[in-house]
Design a protein around this ligand. Structure first.
Ligand SMILES: [Zn+2]
Length: 322
């Protein structure tokens, strides 16, 4: 590795927006852009916009100083080949050789990984997981994703598909999940699941300040439920607590399997803070064997929305030994 290659580009494909960041080898952010993904335009149009955004953050910097590009992709991706398999947030993307295409268009080496996996790597390298060699990252947003660091290494499994914590089945007769199964953690406690539970309870006749919001006919978001819970709405508080109990049950399984010292909770729903974290911590304690008590700390993400970008930076650093 030449000492001159001291810059790294990270891309987080996200959903509604994608983000591109330029950072230096000391882990300092140099430039950052966020653009609308416009997923309906299809893969080729989005790839062109990605390439343009990478050129934008690199403007004024010589390409010779760039060590590589890391990509955090939503949904399953083969970390060896960089082929993206049908991400739910990017309709029309199926078996897209994302890494090879970006490599060709940018003329730079590219590495790619699942965004929740890379988020675990980001927290481990730059966030609240520094110095912690066994940690679990859980993102609670449109879906529920996971990433595992075990003995200081990102756990990928035999096909790069490890740590899909959102599909731990907790209620065999529970609601249908996007994966086709019933009662997965994701179907019980993701943002949309929280919104749906509040709607169902109100439709069944329970009273809530959210009735007024629901009157607009657009359903409820987790964000609205969190706001109502914070303002003291009993139903919203109950719905959020129930989701947190399911998350706690999922984490209890992960604790029994992996014995992590730290569990980091990220994603939009984690903005609920202690309204979510307190019942999660209580459930993990109630649902794990006594030997684990006191051994695992559960905290919110330290890197917020940029966690996937920092993971993509760490991925490149590991591959090219910047
Ligand atoms: Zn599922």
């Amino acid at each position: 590795m030449s000492g001159k290659k001291d810059l790294i580009v990270a891309i987080d494909l996200g959903g509604t927006y994608f983000r591109v960041m330029l950072a230096n080898k000391d882990g300092r952010r140099v430039a950052h852009v966020r653009k609308e993904t416009r997923a309906a335009a299809g893969p080729e149009a989005i790839e062109k916009r990605l390439v343009a955004a990478v050129r934008e953050v690199l403007s004024g910097w010589p390409a010779a100083r760039v060590a590589g590009v890391g990509v955090a992709a939503p949904g399953p991706i083969d970390p060896q080949t960089g082929v993206l398999h049908a991400p739910p947030n990017l309709p029309g993307w199926n078996e897209i050789p994302l890494r090879d295409r970006l490599q060709e268009w940018l003329g730079l080496p590219v590495w790619a990984g699942n965004d929740a996996n890379l988020a675990a790597l980001g927290e481990h390298r730059f966030g609240c997981g520094r110095g912690v060699d066994d940690l679990v990252y859980l993102t609670i947003s449109t879906g529920i994703g996971g990433g595992i660091i075990s003995r200081g290494e990102l756990l990928l499994g035999s096909h790069g598909l490890a740590a899909e914590a959102g599909h731990i089945i907790l209620e065999p007769n529970g609601p249908l999940c996007g994966c086709g199964q019933h009662g997965c953690l994701e179907a019980l406690a993701s943002g949309p699941a929280i919104g749906r539970r509040a709607v169902d309870a109100i439709t069944a006749g329970e009273s809530s300040t959210l009735q007024v919001v629901l009157g607009n006919g657009a359903g409820l978001t987790a964000h609205q439920v969190v706001d109502a819970a914070r303002a003291g709405d009993r139903l919203a508080g109950d719905v959020l607590r129930q989701a947190a109990i399911y998350v706690g049950m999922g984490i209890a399984t992960l604790v029994h399997l992996l014995d992590p010292a730290l569990v980091v909770i990220g994603g939009g729903v984690s903005n609920a803070g202690d309204l979510l974290l307190d019942p999660i911590r209580q459930t993990v304690r109630e649902r794990t064997m006594e030997a684990y008590h006191g051994g695992v700390t559960i905290v919110p993400t330290a890197l917020g929305d940029d966690v996937g970008l920092w993971g993509a930076i760490a991925l490149v650093m590991d591959r090219v030994a910047v």
